[in-house]
Design a protein around this ligand. Structure first.
Ligand code: NDP
Length: 281
């Protein structure tokens, strides 16, 4: 008998709306992993104390969500490759007594995308240039996408992301300003919506695209987790595109976190089922 559980969790503010704990608990229970996932609301000025507390208690690791993904870096002992390029961490992992910052957002997206296609050699258009887009673009570039086009409303953020990709990865990315309806180039293989457009409660919102440029055979991925079937995905599917929803990214980053923290390959379908129950309630 072992009454000492591994401790994992999340530091964020706000924290109450984050359903990750439910999906992680489902995986821990299903696999009989003696671990807890504790969802913690941590104010920015308390982040250092929270990390010191996690170290003192020997936490196996923790997720960081908004607004801590960049600020946490100064409290860690090192960074994984893609987290160093992105300068953002969503998952800290205790390795040999050191807390190492990883970014599993983009890796989770990649794992989910690979269920449909290998992004290597593909022409990819990404809508948005915020934190999630940055994580996705860096991972797509590191695994050998052929081209990356970042489409963003704000020019500065879009151009900054393109510069980062060109400077730090082997891929030459380009920026497309988002003025009016964006028409996808005909040779696009994969479109990713990495904006917050369509997130609950804005169920009818859809990124402003020339819908006639969505061609059969293209893959359209939306990272909005709630609702899983966004307006964009409904349109894309009706035009013959293959679609990928945002639950895939959320679940797969959780699967990778569990692997980092416990060594167990968790069954993503159990985690997805739990999230579907929550989002349909
Ligand atoms: P950020 O705030 O960092 O970035 C938001 C992006 O959306 C920016 O590029 C912004 O453009 C763009 N945007 C927002 N509103 C509009 C609009 N009306 N028209 C055009 N562009 C718009 O957010 P994150 O990158 O952290 O998150 C983005 C979304 O991804 C969120 O909805 C979040 O829920 C989801 N997400 C999903 C995950 C998953 O696992 N499925 C994981 C992480 C995030 P601009 O720069 O011009 O402001």
């Amino acid at each position: 008998m072992n009454f000492l559980s591994k401790i994992t969790g999340c530091f964020a503010m706000p924290a109450a709306e984050n359903p990750t704990v439910a999906m992680m608990d489902a995986a821990y229970a299903h696999h009989g992993i003696n671990a807890r996932y504790i969802n913690c609301e941590v104010a920015p000025e308390k982040l250092g104390d929270a990390v010191r507390g996690a170290r003192a208690m020997g936490w196996a690791g923790f997720n960081c969500s908004l607004p801590h993904k960049v600020a946490v870096i100064e409290h860690l002992d090192g960074l994984g490759e893609s987290a160093a390029i992105m300068e953002a961490v969503n998952c800290a992992v205790l390795r040999d007594g050191k807390l190492i910052g990883e970014n599993t957002d983009g890796k989770g997206f990649l794992k989910s995308l690979r269920e449909l296609t290998d992004p290597r050699g593909k022409n990819i258009v990404v809508l948005g240039a915020g934190g999630a887009s940055r994580a996705i673009c860096v991972e797509l570039a590191l695994v050998g996408a052929k081209s990356l086009t970042v489409v963003n409303r704000g020019r500065d953020r879009g151009e900054e992301l393109v510069r980062l990709i060109c400077d730090q990865t082997p891929v030459q990315a380009d920026f497309a300003p988002w003025e009016g309806s964006y028409a996808l180039p005909a040779d696009t293989d994969i479109l990713v919506n990495a904006t917050s457009i369509g997130l609950y409660p804005d169920l009818d919102a859809r990124p402003d695209l020339d819908l006639t440029s969505l061609l059969p055979g293209m893959i359209v991925a939306d990272i909005i987790p709630n609702p899983p079937r966004t307006k964009l995905l409904q349109e894309a599917q009706s035009r013959g595109c293959a679609v990928l929803d945002g639950l895939g990214m959320l679940v797969n980053q959780g699967v990778i976190n569990i692997k980092y923290w416990t060594g167990v390959d968790a069954d993503g379908s159990i985690m997805r089922k739990r999230l579907e129950e929550i989002f349909s309630a």
